[in-house]
Design a protein around this ligand. Sequence first.
Ligand code: SAH
Ligand code: SF4
Length: 423
Amino acid sequence: MNFSESERLCELLETSGWRETKNPDQAGLIIAFGCSVRQKAENRVISFLKSHKYLKEKGTIFCLAGCTANLHKEKIFNYLPFLDIVCGPNHIAEIPEIVDNYSPGRIIIKTGEKDSPFIECIPSKKNITIMIPITKGCNNFCSYCVVPMARGKLQSRKPHSIIEEIKNAVEQGIKAITLLGQNVNEYGKDFTTDYDFSDLVCEILKIENLMRIGFVTSHPEDTSEKLLSIMAQNKKIMKHLHIPLQSGSDKILRDMNRKYTVEEFLQVVETARRLMPEISITSDIMVGFPGETKQDFEKTLSIIKEVRFNELFIFKYSPRPMTKAFELPDDVSREEKEHRHRIILETQKEISREILSSFIGKACEVLVERRSIKNPLLLIGKNIQGIPVTFKNNQNLIGKIVNVEITGYEEGILFGKVNGEYL
Ligand code: SAH
Ligand code: SF4
């Protein structure tokens, strides 16, 4: 979400005359997008800003944006007294005007919830893929999660705004989109009509020359058979589902307020695989939630072995202010969290390797995205499961779907050779 918002803000700033630089020493303005989901992410943005504080002397304006800004508001000055602008996610579109009218010495704080428009501007960089935010915030209140406090309540973007943006993007050469939301299946729940996420996807499917549609994240509770059937019936929809499980213990899921049981989660996986045997399923797992016993952890490990996810994002529980779980004792020691994290990481590494090796000898339809920066002889794209594929080729195939025969894999990337015509 932060990545997408920063990409859009860059675009707005460029329209008002700013130019992006990768070198902070050259910057007249530094905007750091802070993620507040885990303490570690927050520490990272704070130390990034601190390490560039020396630029203050030459007049660089410092802005903290993203949900960290919203969560801490003026309290963030206790850590970062030299900030000039603190701007939460709902006010990002105001940054160009703020910086254009900025006079040194002023402190500007723009935080809090308000129904704000989505930033409707398409990044003009010559990419063929784009992320399209479709919801802001979240109404789920999982007990560990700060998102509802940091990003506010669910706000779905109007369908016509999404469709218009995608049509414009396609006219500019975009071939693939990823719809973005904390829980895409919640899309439309704040509308007065019964228009839902499946309706939106069906409308997007009608857009000509759009080759692929993906989405992230899906909450297990709301991943309906209706949506899975639409996915199965449409070649344009990515065969990839990111459904965070978090824990394999029903007790922990209940304490997390996740609103599904392990059995119900397995049911979603079973339906998805029945309808789309080739589907890639990825997930998030959290270890060390308050009260997670060794037995709870063993249950998580056993589900991971049973489901065999393509890939996992594994997090160590981190207490977050204003959440329900913050009131519970953080009673799994740091060492134990590390230990559980490592065991899952190693187990998953092996499963991911086995899954990737099963592609060897098979053909994949790869939408080519770009040339490799490290080795320009190589093209890089994604197959329909969203797995990166690279192959050697000197033709201009960017934006085309190419049949690639997989010959090997390394570090999560498949490689292969071109096999037959371009689609
Ligand atoms: N909306 C998504 C998740 C968004 S946050 C969903 O509901 O699935 C991404 C991931 O960060 C979560 O899936 C969770 O595993 C992790 N996470 C969130 N809060 C956390 C916390 N307090 N400590 C550790 N990990 C956390
Ligand atoms: Fe956080 Fe739960 Fe909402 Fe995901 S669904 S953003 S984990 S509250």
